[in-house]
Design a binder for this molecule. Structure first.
Ligand code: TYD
Ligand code: MG
Length: 456
């Protein structure tokens, strides 16, 4: 029987099938299965019995550790997200929607690195844009004098051969979906190509000890296009996100072998490129109007940093048989749960009201600690009574209406105090916890029923 040379691979999760089918059984996605050649990326044709592997050494857990040498990018927000600088030999995947500013950020970073004192070699390889396009951007960013080595190529073989002969400190591949390896028969951007190209580049980065940035496209669902395995192959995954209409951009670490995850870096996209935002709270609150019902300031934590944001709610009588709930920047299921708690425990009638919720500034919040601030914003809009403009709120709400403690209350309060807030609504402090030493009016509330008192 002739040996099969084709297989069918789900472009979403990487599952392999012998023949085409409409739906992937593994991840449940439709129309993601595509034909690919077998043998791509050197993953098949391996016979363990015939291969002559070397014996690997095992060592004890204790012993002298290698000191992590971190290279600063010159962009503080990027350093923070990477865990305090770039680790040599590490691989960083940067994902984000088209046009969000990935190429801009990386060009700015590599220019800054190349300008450092001991002049590290920085290579920027673009597979998407021609040399002139990148030069045009560099000119716009006023970086054209920076000693970055720029090339336009999509051939992994050429790239690897070139890097092999040089001493790079940082290499940027923009983007991994445009790269191509001859040995693999599929088109650029397919699972096997992305996997094989990344594999070759990562191997080289580890061996030569340079930091490798891979730019990855993001699908409509928000995952990095190509196989999930790419996320496992790299050390750090950063997402660059932001709303189209807003000029804020948030760089978020979703995986980091060399630092904390959920750390964010905040940037503002301006004419001269991305500008770092050192005090995000001030920026997110900049357009806030005081004395308006439905607005509440939440003292949140993103990674290791406190961030204050305004939560806006609008509650209005519904014209539909089932009321509308629309959420931007928060979890809509969490909102439904909160509204149910307010109905059941506080006797509020929200089933005849449409509820709209918005996190101002385009930030996405995933902390449950925002529950209390959301509830306050909803009640404020429903009763049409504004909250004091100098008040911050945080706390998690349980199904029985109890308000639960959240992490790092003192850090949140300190940030609020720094920005001139005078009062706060917080969960009750237990006797074991240290009282926060800030000069603010702190109201500890243990149950949502007591929230209503604020609005009478
Ligand atoms: P880009 O870095 O090309 O995005 P990506 O690589 O993620 O696809 O960003 C392009 C967008 O940024 C484009 O819409 C124009 C805008 N931009 C500015 O507003 N100011 C600038 O200085 C630059 C270089 C780009
Ligand atoms: Mg780009």
């Amino acid at each position: 029987m002739a040996k099969k040379d084709k297989q069918y691979v789900c472009q979403n999760c990487g599952s392999v099938y012998p023949r085409w089918q409409g739906k992937c059984d593994a991840c449940g996605e439709w129309n993601t299965i595509e034909e690919e050649a077998i043998g791509g990326g050197g993953f098949s044709n391996f016979n363990p019995k015939k291969s002559k592997g070397n014996i690997i050494d095992f060592v004890a857990l204790s012993g002298a550790q290698e000191h992590l040498n971190r290279l600063s990018t010159g962009i503080k927000e990027l350093d923070r997200v990477c865990g305090g600088g770039l680790v040599s030999g590490s691989v960083i995947l940067v994902g984000g929607d088209p046009g969000i500013g990935k190429s801009t950020l990386l060009l700015q970073a590599c220019a800054k690195i190349a300008e450092q004192k001991n002049s590290p070699e920085v290579y920027y390889i673009s597979g998407e844009e021609a040399i002139d396009q990148v030069r045009l951007r560099a000119k716009r960013l006023q970086l054209e004098q920076s000693p970055v080595k720029l090339a336009s190529s999509t051939e992994i073989k050429d790239i690897v051969a070139t890097l092999e002969k040089s001493k790079p400190a940082v290499v940027i591949i923009d983007s991994i979906q445009t790269m191509y390896l001859d040995e693999v028969e599929s088109t650029p951007g397919s699972v096997s190509q992305v996997r094989a190209c990344s594999y070759e580049l990562i191997k080289l980065a580890k061996r030569k000890g340079f930091t490798l940035f891979l730019v990855g496209h993001v699908t409509k669902q928000g995952a990095i296009a190509g196989p999930r395995v790419l996320e496992h192959m790299v050390d750090t995954v950063l997402y660059f996100e932001g709303e189209r209409g807003h000029h804020f951009r948030i760089l978020r670490a979703v995986k980091n072998r060399y630092g904390a995850t959920d750390e964010i870096g905040v940037f503002e996209m301006q004419d001269q490129g991305l500008i770092e935002v050192e005090n995000p709270s001030a920026l997110f609150l900049a357009e806030r109007q005081g004395n308006i019902s439905g607005s509440c300031v939440f003292a949140g934590i993103e990674g290791s940093r406190p961030v204050l944001v305004e939560i806006q709610a609008l509650v209005s009588p519904t014209g539909y048989s089932s009321p509308k709930r629309a959420v931007v920047g928060w979890d809509s299921n969490r909102l439904s749960m909160l509204l149910a708690v307010l109905e059941a425990r506080c006797g509020m009638n929200l089933s005849s009201q449409d509820v709209y919720l918005n996190i101002a500034g385009g930030l996405r919040i995933s902390e449950p600690a925002a529950d209390l601030a959301v509830a306050m914003a909803v009640i404020s809009s429903l009763t049409n009574k504004p909250l004091p403009a100098d008040m911050v709120v945080f706390g998690e709400i349980g199904l029985s209406g109890e308000i639960r403690a959240v992490s790092q209350p003192s850090l949140r309060l300190k940030e609020a105090f720094k920005l001139g807030f005078a009062s706060a609504i917080t969960p009750p402090t237990h006797s074991k916890e240290k009282k926060t030493n800030v000069n603010m009016n702190i109201h500890e509330i243990g149950n949502v029923q007591r929230l209503i008192n604020w609005f009478n």
